[in-house]
Design a protein around this ligand. Structure first.
Ligand code: ZN
Length: 132
């Protein structure tokens, strides 16, 4: 298993981690298989979406804030219920096919770490299963 850290700079932030997942794949040496990208946090997530136009991820964040506002009639006393809800919307992992030692992604797709309660330093785990 590989692990790397993502340092976020604001409360809500999408960080493109495609290159870091690729580096983890290279480290494992798996050429053909699948790769699980997992974040062990309850107020963050992993998602795959467009990485060509940065306004896509800012649109997602803006609309998420409208659906799940920071302040609401939440019962969780920590004050970060919106971040927990957003985390569950996306989920804490993505499974990606690996071929030729590379993650199989669409032309416009990138793998994102989604921060919903930053700034923090977060962990991302990458488990690759397959053939060398
Ligand atoms: Zn909480």
């Amino acid at each position: 298993m590989q692990e790397f850290r993502v340092k976020t700079g604001s409360r809500s932030e999408f960080v493109d981690i495609t290159d870091r997942v690729q580096a983890a794949l290279a480290e494992e040496g798996i050429v053909d298989g699948v790769c699980l990208v997992f974040c062990p946090h309850t107020t963050a997530a992993i998602t795959i979406n467009e990485d060509a136009d940065p306004s896509v991820s800012s649109d997602i964040q803006n609309y998420l804030d409208q659906f799940v506002p920071r302040r609401g009639s939440y019962r969780h006393a920590e004050g970060n219920s919106d971040a927990h809800i957003k985390s569950s919307f996306f989920g804490c992992s993505e499974l990606v096919i690996v071929e030729g030692g590379r993650p199989v992604l669409g032309t416009w797709q990138g793998i994102y770490f989604c921060e919903f309660d930053g700034p923090r330093t977060r962990r991302v785990l990458v488990k690759v299963v397959g053939e060398k």
